[in-house]
Design a protein around this ligand. Structure first.
Ligand code: JFZ
Length: 423
């Protein structure tokens, strides 16, 4: 539990944002991979034999293990992800149905996971690995046709005494944020937007007390070099392109504007040795559907180990969900929010043009699905990928969809209704 009142405004706020034409690809993509990977992955939630449950990438922080800067920096000497395989990571995302990848270039701990000239505290210069894994990922994403983007902690940097939120004192009196900003933050963001090809997303985090000038300086830097790159709302001061909602939150009702829900495959962002709470294949598919049905994008995180391997349980759940998503692609990619604005007891609805997609999470044993207030008549009804018989009846204001009493053989069956006329 983080109690410091200085943390109050750290997370940022929910805003309705829209990037206009620049956001059109985002409305299509709908599903992305988030990756938290850094020196904290090496600790995996454990410091000197004690486990700190919860937010593993925060383990250095004074509210968790309170690791000194020197002790933490020493972790870099052992960071050697010999099993890292950009091709395998990108293939996993692709086969899971994800359309872009966002990875931690620098988290709050301040360690750059790429070759940075602006700070020698980076994987190429301070670790035995010597390679730039993020360059390899960027190139591989381009090769396999996925988008690529960076997470960058612009405000908190616990390695820098001038950045907000150093390891012991969140707001030291002699801190000169502008100095950190000019000497590390800006130069590193410049590296990221100039040395890795086209970026889909620059994902900032915990804006805290960022001034509008500082937020805008980063926005302008991104725009100058990457005019098509989207910026998330955690840049602060309302100047982003799309809104990142609170972590792991699927909103109960439709949300307008461009937004995403960020979530994890288990309960942790970074790799945690103890966390086996893996989401099932069905849960992941359900979450993708539910977020799309509310109007958003789902960005689902994995936490690779420090050796570069990805827990097999995470891979299996993702690939299982991917198999379902790929065989129901039309109901997810580019689909829009449910006209009913919230979920039904049996499932949830997405829309494309004059087509309604009824995703049935809990098959009703009555063999009937009731849709309230739909005035259109229906020209065609089917179950995607199956030849089951479906009939439609109207009972007053209700449209009754008559389906088989037994669930057809699909993890989440989808009933497609083609409407006559506009929705
Ligand atoms: C931030 C980070 O502090 C955390 O380590 C992780 O990277 C996560 C994705 O983002 O934590 C947050 C940020 C915002 C909220 C919650 C946790 N929020 O808005 O609810």
């Amino acid at each position: 539990e983080i109690a410091d009142s200085a943390m109050d405004k750290l997370w940022g706020e929910r805003l309705e944002l829209d990037a206009g034409e620049r956001g059109s690809w985002f409305k299509q993509a709908k599903y992305a991979m988030f990756i938290h990977w850094g020196l904290y992955s090496e600790l995996a939630g454990d410091w000197k034999g004690k486990t700190y449950f919860g937010i593993g990438e925060w383990i250095m922080n004074k509210y968790l293990a309170g690791i000194s800067v020197d002790d933490y920096r020493a972790l870099a000497k052992d960071f050697n992800p010999v099993k890292f395989d950009a091709k395998a990571w990108v293939s996993l995302a692709k086969q899971s149905g994800m359309k872009y990848i966002v990875i931690t270039a620098k988290h709050h701990d301040g360690f750059a996971m790429y070759g940075s000239k602006a700070s020698s505290y980076n994987i190429v210069d301070a670790s035995p690995f010597k390679r730039d894994p993020l360059k390899e990922l960027a190139d591989e994403c381009r090769k396999q046709g996925l988008g690529f983007g960076f997470y960058y902690s612009q405000y908190q940097d616990w390695n820098e005494k001038d950045a907000y939120g150093n390891a012991w004192d969140f707001n030291p009196k002699d801190a000169q944020f502008d100095k950190y900003f000019k000497e590390k933050c800006e130069p590193q963001v410049r590296e990221l937007v100039t040395q890795y090809g086209d970026l889909a997303v620059l994902w900032f985090d915990t804006p805290g007390k960022m001034t509008k000038e500082h937020s805008m300086a980063l926005v302008n830097l991104v725009r100058e070099h990457q005019p098509r790159c989207l910026i998330n709302s955690r840049i602060g001061n309302g100047v982003g392109d799309y809104s990142s909602l609170g972590d792991m939150e699927i909103p109960p009702e439709n949300v307008g504007g461009l937004w995403e829900c960020v979530d994890t495959t288990n309960n942790s962002w970074s790799y945690a040795w103890y966390d086996q709470n893996w989401k099932s294949t069905k849960q992941i598919a359900k979450n993708v559907i539910s977020v799309v049905a509310r109007g958003g994008t789902y960005m689902l995180n994995i936490g690779p180990r420090s050796d570069g391997s990805i827990p097999v349980n995470a891979q299996e759940s993702l690939l299982g969900a991917g198999k379902w998503i790929k065989s129901h692609a039309a109901t997810i990619y580019g689909a829009q929010a449910s006209p009913w604005e919230k979920a039904f007891s049996w499932g949830d609805v997405t829309v494309k043009g004059n087509k309604l997609y009824l995703h049935v999470f809990k098959w009703p044993s009555s063999g009937k699905i009731y849709l309230p207030g739909l005035s259109n008549s229906i020209s065609e009804a089917s179950i995607i990928g199956l030849s089951s018989q479906i009939t439609i009846a109207k009972e007053g204001d209700w449209t009754v969809v008559n389906i088989p009493k037994i669930q057809p053989n699909d993890m989440i069956p989808v009933i497609q209704l083609n409407l006559k006329g506009e929705l």
